[in-house]
Design a binder for this molecule. Structure first.
Ligand SMILES: *Cc1c(COP(=O)(O)O)cnc(C)c1O
Length: 443
């Protein structure tokens, strides 16, 4: 598997380089050089495969000889080791539950696979130190994904008092190779400290640093797997299939577009957003206008300048000029992707409606996706299948959700046990010098 940068398609790098680097030097995004269709036989036999077999076949198809099959099998088996069940609300409306991993959000798929790949590729003697700043959710998935990964240490910076109790427990109770730094400052301060570390040549000569950035291509590969797993579980495969994806940074939907390129028969995608409607806006107007993000109850999608936008564009761009978004790109993308956005008020209404109508509890992100497919169906004359991606367990947003349904919700055991564990963190001011001293002393 070779990859190019969205800003320079001529310069190819290996998968190892793309994974360990994260971002190309030219500040573009890594993209697979080609995404070929899977053999027809795979789709006709798909119901015979387990999720882990599907994950292996798809990743082997994408990654090719960059990783020997036996090694890849181990990587898949130790990262994709929880299910993604498809639950039907009615005959043609389905929910794909992506929250059965350790942090109860779909980010577990990406973080766990990335951790395994980094551990695999970092086969040199020198220990790799992953630095991440988190505003809450990403940190939890990264911490549990890298937990006990050989040769890798993880340092997570989070703003003291500004993440939820549960999120803090996810970052601070693992120990072992995961170290949490509690910063007296904002998320932006944490990010600035991490950035300073990456720019510090003296430090980088001593310590091998890497990032677990959400735009690492290693996160997108495993996010393609569950689209196939969803299709496998569909009973009626003859109806056109529309997948509604609650979107923030647009990594999830980009992975879905990869799956479509590999031949998965998805008729259309819905990019479902909260009031941060930059992409739905683009799909209407053809103009991409990043904005400052606004806070919503589906806060993992509060993104004003989605980092995977140029990956989506790249998939639909016909000519070799990546800087320009022309009319044909826009038209091509519009053929496959519909954009719809919803307010917090509508999101709450959606949770309530689904609970009353189907006895099923969605989280705010899933609710946005539910509303989008419902709106889309209103204008159709013929029947279709829709799949709503449920990206987090409702108990992760317990305060919001309990308030809406006016009832206590059952918290999964693995989440409950977390709240009883001892918190271990290192307090620190928001000065870079203090971070540098910490890194120099400890690694
Ligand atoms: C990150 C996240 C999203 C958004 O996914 P993207 O890939 O960034 O579009 C949606 N829902 C939840 C619960 C998330 O954590």
């Amino acid at each position: 598997m070779n990859l190019y940068s969205t800003k320079n398609k001529k310069k190819l790098v290996t998968l190892k380089e793309a994974v360990l680097r994260g971002l190309p030097e030219d500040n573009g995004l890594y993209m697979p050089e080609n995404i070929r269709p899977l053999p027809k036989e795979f789709f006709s036999k798909i119901e015979e495969y387990s999720f882990s077999e599907i994950a292996f076949i798809v990743s082997n198809h994408m990654i090719g000889d960059s990783i020997p099959e036996d090694d890849l099998k181990k990587i898949v088996e130790s990262s994709i080791n929880f299910p993604a069940p498809l639950v039907s609300l009615d005959k043609t409306t389905h929910v794909l539950e992506l929250f059965h991993g350790p942090s109860l959000a779909f980010k577990d798929f990406g973080a766990r696979f990335m951790a395994q790949l980094m551990g695999y590729f970092n086969n040199e003697d020198k220990e790799l130190v992953i630095l991440v700043a988190t505003s809450g959710d990403t940190g939890g998935a990264v911490a549990s994904g890298f937990y006990k990964t050989k040769g890798i240490k993880v340092v997570i910076l989070y703003p003291s008092g500004k993440v939820s109790h549960l999120q803090e427990q996810q970052l601070t109770t693992l120990g072992h190779n995961i170290h949490a730094l509690e910063v007296d400052g904002s998320f932006d301060d944490c990010q600035a400290m991490v950035k300073s570390a990456f720019l510090d040549i003296e430090l980088r000569e001593k310590i091998k640093l890497s990032s677990a950035n959400s735009i690492n291509i290693a996160r997108l590969i495993p996010q393609t797997f569950y689209y196939f797993e969803a299709y496998k579980q569909l009973k009626d495969k003859n109806l056109p299939l529309v997948v509604s994806v609650p979107s923030g940074n647009f990594g999830n939907i980009t992975a879905g577009l990869f799956a479509k390129k590999m031949g998965l028969p998805i008729h259309k995608f819905i990019a479902a957003t909260n009031s941060n409607d930059i992409v739905p806006d683009f799909l209407i107007s053809g103009k991409y206008t990043p904005k400052v993000s606004v806070s919503t109850i589906s806060n993992a999608m509060d993104v004003g300048n989605p980092s995977n936008f140029y990956r989506m564009i790249d998939l639909y761009y016909e000519e070799n000029d990546e800087s320009k978004i022309d009319c044909s790109t826009w038209n091509n993308l519009k053929d496959d992707v519909i954009g719809l956005s919803f307010s917090d008020k509508e999101t709450k209404e959606g949770i309530k409606q689904v609970k009353e109508k189907y006895e099923y509890l969605l989280d705010p992100h899933g609710s946005v996706a539910y509303l989008a497919q419902k709106d889309y169906k209103l204008n159709l004359k013929s029947q279709i299948n829709t799949i709503i991606l449920e990206t987090a367990h409702p108990s992760k947003f317990i305060a919001v959700v309990e308030n809406i349904i006016d009832k206590k919700i059952i918290v999964p055991e693995r989440l409950k046990s977390l709240t009883e564990k001892e918190k271990i963190s290192t307090k620190m001011s928001s000065s870079y010098e203090e971070l540098k001293e910490f890194l120099n002393d400890n690694y």
